[in-house]
Design a protein around this ligand. Structure first.
Ligand code: URA
Length: 432
């Protein structure tokens, strides 16, 4: 066997100059970075070169496979419930603003007979992360052992866990991308999402690919390409994979942040909540059940009859969370009022995501602790009437000095007109 040895400057130079990285160079750099033989500075330079130069499909496939191989690949196919193999299915979003959908969706799918092994992520850039949100529930822990994940899948039908030793290369690269302005890259998003999902042991996967200002890739064409790439990667690794392209030009629902999004998810699980959150939860649930070969239960029934709420309580309790204790709310608040009367035409998702990040709901340094109580409420959504001087947004944080920068992000973000703008479809397309 020929042994190739590389060094980081050579690999960086190939990509910097627009070349395609050979398979052996990809395997080497992912392994060397995972084990500390390539420095953060060097990986940062390589990530920026990938951001600027892109990758071929073959490079993305190899980079993803190398990230999967950087850790363990879980296998739950031996698990049984009532003598039958588990219907293992998961969902992942490419990142949005107010995107709390996993929180109501997982219990809906549990209540319909699915088993969800979810390796979830933390916030990235202006987008929130499921783990940061769920950890706002007092006592909730996402640090689960493999034995615990297996037990939960059999006993209650889901486990939401920090990826930990799964795709450890992604854990390091994800944290680096968050602080080096290299998040918005198709090859890096596709490989990040799919390495975790391939390693986590699901058999079927539904991807929610966001389109619009609050998404990492803004245009429909880019998101479509991302969706196709991820579906190809999943299929090549034996996962039944499909994707929905969904609108992310305005935040989902009326709550953006950590604890505030858990509270809104509880409203959905109680049979209420904002229409768009319910619509997307059910659209993704239908896809997940179909991909897992489950039929016979209407996911909407589980929100009406309380079975999804029961499953959520079971999931939170299994992971140490206590829903009887109040969710944290930022101690200080500030309102943003309507400058004129009319109808809200648009609220820009990116501006809201940046504002919430500035309030302290996300990180600007590696490992930083997020504020669980930081976030905002949207009182008037697009399509709703508003009177001059009425509050459109309420912002929350524990650190009042953060308001100035957050409010500055919102400058021009709320468009008010005489009539409502034509509604945009929430689900734009389906990619199989
Ligand atoms: N979710 C991920 O896991 N990775 C990304 O890069 C974006 C969203």
């Amino acid at each position: 066997m020929t042994r190739f040895t590389f060094d980081a400057p050579t690999v960086i130079r190939i990509k910097r100059d627009g070349g395609a990285l050979p398979d052996v160079a990809i395997d080497w750099v992912i392994d060397a970075y995972t084990h500390g033989r390539v420095a953060d500075e060097q990986m940062s330079a390589l990530l920026m070169a990938i951001f600027l130069r892109g990758m071929t499909d073959a490079e993305i496939a190899r980079w993803t496979a190398a990230m999967v191989d950087s850790g363990a690949r879980l296998d739950f196919t031996d698990l049984r419930r009532d003598g039958k193999p588990l219907a293992l299915v998961d969902k992942h979003s490419t990142g949005g603003v107010g995107d709390k959908i996993t929180i109501p969706l997982v219990p809906v799918v549990m209540a319909c007979g699915g088993a969800v092994p979810q390796a979830a992520g933390r916030g990235l850039g202006h987008t929130g992360g499921t783990l940061d949100k769920l950890e706002a529930i007092p006592g909730f822990s996402a640090e689960l052992t493999i034995d615990r994940i297996r037990e939960q899948l059999c006993d209650i039908g889901a486990a939401v866990f920090a990826a930990g030793e799964l795709a450890p290369a992604d854990r390091k690269i994800y944290a680096l991308r968050d602080i080096t302005a290299t998040t918005e890259s198709l090859p890096l998003i596709a490989s990040s999402v799919m390495s975790k999902k391939i390693a986590e042991g699901t058999r079927a996967l539904v991807l929610d690919c966001k389109v619009g200002s609050g998404a990492f890739l803004k245009t429909e064409a880019e998101s479509r390409e991302l969706a196709r790439t991820m579906v190809r990667l999943g299929t090549a690794h034996g996962l039944r994979t499909r994707a929905l392209l969904t609108d992310m030009s305005t935040p989902l629902g009326r709550a953006v942040g950590n604890a505030v999004e858990v509270a809104e998810s509880l409203e959905v699980l109680a049979g209420g909540g904002p229409d768009d959150v319910v619509e997307l939860t059910l659209a993704l649930a239908h896809e997940m059940l179909d991909a897992a070969g489950l039929d016979g239960v209407d996911p909407a029934d589980t929100l009406r009859d309380g079975t999804a709420m029961d499953r959520f309580r079971a999931l939170v309790a299994a992971q140490g969370g206590d829903l009887s204790r109040p969710l944290p709310v930022g101690r200080c608040r500030e309102t943003v009022t309507a400058p004129e009367s009319g109808v809200v035409q648009d609220i820009d998702a990116l501006a809201v995501g940046m504002a919430v990040w500035r309030l302290g709901a996300g990180r600007s340094a590696p490992g930083e602790q997020v504020q669980f109580g930081a976030g905002l409420h949207i009182h008037r959504r697009p399509g709703e009437p508003v009177t001059a001087g009425e509050p459109v947004l309420t912002l929350y944080t524990d650190i009042p000095e953060r308001f100035e920068a957050a409010v500055a992000e919102l400058d021009g973000a709320i468009r008010i007109g005489h009539t409502a703008a034509p509604p945009r479809p929430l689900v734009i397309d389906r990619i199989v």
